[in-house]
Design a protein around this ligand. Structure first.
Ligand code: HEM
Ligand code: HEM
Length: 232
C-alpha cells in the first residue's frame, strides 16, 4: 500500500444560500448594533456644535440602530423558517443535543478541542454539537435583545409593531433597568464574536477542509475514506 498517496477529497454542499445569506446579514447587523448601541450608551462629545440644532449625529446613530434592529429581526425569522424547510445541516435539530449520537459528538468536541485530553474524535460535516449549542445561545440572547430593544422602542415610536412590546418595560420594572439588561447582553455578542472567529480559523487550519470559506461558498471538503453513508 502506498502510504504517501494523498487522500481524495469530495466536495460536499453543506450551507445552502439562505443559511449563508442569514449568516452575513446577521454578522453585519450584530456588528452595527454593537457599535451604535455602544455609542448610545456612551455618547461621544467629539462632534459638538455651539447650538444643539446644528447637529443631528446622535439621532442618526439611533436611526441606524433601529433600522438594523428591524433587519436583525426579519433575518432571524427567515432563518427560523429555513430551520424547518432547509437541508439537514440547516435543521433546527442540529442546534440541540437531542439524540445520543449528538451528545457523543458534544463529548468529543469537549475532550478533543477544548480540554485536549483526547487526540482524535468525530469530525462533523455540519455544525459540531458545541458550535450548534453556542449558536442556540446566540439565538436566545438575540430574542432577549429583540424583546428588550423593542420594549424600549415602544415608548418612542408610533408604530403598531413596536407597540406590541409595550409590556416588556413594566415587566423589568423601569426603562432604566431594561436598558441596563439590554446593554449588558451586548457583551455576550462581543465575547461570542471573538471566540467564534478564533474557532472557525482554528478548525480551518487543523482540519484543512475549507471550514472558513464554507460559509461563503457553501462547500466543505471531506476525505473520501472518512465519509459515512449518513454524511450527506
Ligand atoms: C459578527 C460576527 C459573526 C457572528 C455573529 C456569527 C454567527 C454565526 C452563526 C449564528 C452561525 C450559525 C449559522 C447557521 O447555522 O445559520 C455561524 C456559523 C459559521 N460562521 Fe459565523 N459569525 C460571525 C462571523 C464569522 C466570520 C468572520 C467567519 C469567518 C469566515 C465566520 C464563519 C462561520 C462558519 C464557517 C460557520 C459554520 C461553522 C460550523 O461549521 O459550525 N463567522 N456564525
Ligand atoms: C445585537 C443586538 C443589539 C445590541 C448589541 C444592542 C445594544 C444596545 C446598547 C448597548 C444600547 C445602549 C443602552 C444604554 O446603555 O443605555 C442600546 C440601546 C437601545 N437599543 Fe439596542 N441593541 C441590540 C438590538 C436592539 C433591537 C433589536 C432593538 C429594537 C428596536 C433595539 C433598540 C434599542 C433602543 C430603543 C435603545 C435605547 C435608545 C435610546 O434610549 O436612545 N436594540 N442597544
Amino acid at each position: 500500500m502506498n502510504t504517501l498517496a494523498a487522500p481524495n477529497y469530495k466536495r460536499i454542499y453543506v450551507w445552502e444560500m439562505p443559511v449563508r445569506l442569514f449568516h452575513w446579514v446577521n454578522a453585519l447587523c450584530i456588528t452595527v448594533l454593537i457599535v451604535t448601541g455602544y455609542l448610545i450608551g456612551h455618547p461621544l462629545t467629539l462632534f459638538r456644535s455651539p447650538e444643539a440644532y446644528q447637529q443631528y449625529w446622535f439621532g442618526t446613530v439611533r436611526f441606524i440602530h433601529f433600522a438594523f434592529a428591524y433587519l436583525f429581526l426579519f433575518n432571524f425569522l427567515m432563518r427560523l423558517y429555513w430551520s424547518f424547510v432547509g437541508n439537514r445541516f440547516a435543521n433546527w435539530r442540529t442546534f440541540l443535543p437531542l439524540k445520543k449520537v449528538q451528545r457523543h459528538d458534544l463529548m468529543d468536541v469537549l475532550t478533543v478541542d477544548i480540554l485536549q485530553i483526547k487526540e482524535k474524535g468525530k469530525i462533523s460535516l455540519g455544525h459540531n454539537m458545541l458550535a450548534g449549542l453556542s449558536y442556540f445561545c446566540l439565538f436566545l440572547v438575540g430574542i432577549f435583545q429583540i424583546l428588550t430593544g423593542f420594549g424600549l422602542y415602544a415608548a418612542m415610536s408610533k408604530s403598531w409593531f413596536a407597540g406590541l412590546f409595550a409590556w416588556v418595560v413594566p415587566l423589568f420594572g423601569s426603562d432604566g433597568v431594561t436598558r441596563v439588561w439590554h446593554h449588558g447582553a451586548m457583551w455576550f455578542f462581543i465575547v461570542f464574536i471573538v471566540v467564534h472567529i478564533y474557532i472557525v480559523f482554528y478548525h480551518d487550519y487543523v482540519e484543512g477542509r475549507g471550514t472558513a470559506s464554507s460559509i461563503v461558498g457553501g462547500w466543505k471538503f471531506e476525505r473520501e475514506d472518512r465519509i459515512k453513508p449518513d454524511s450527506f
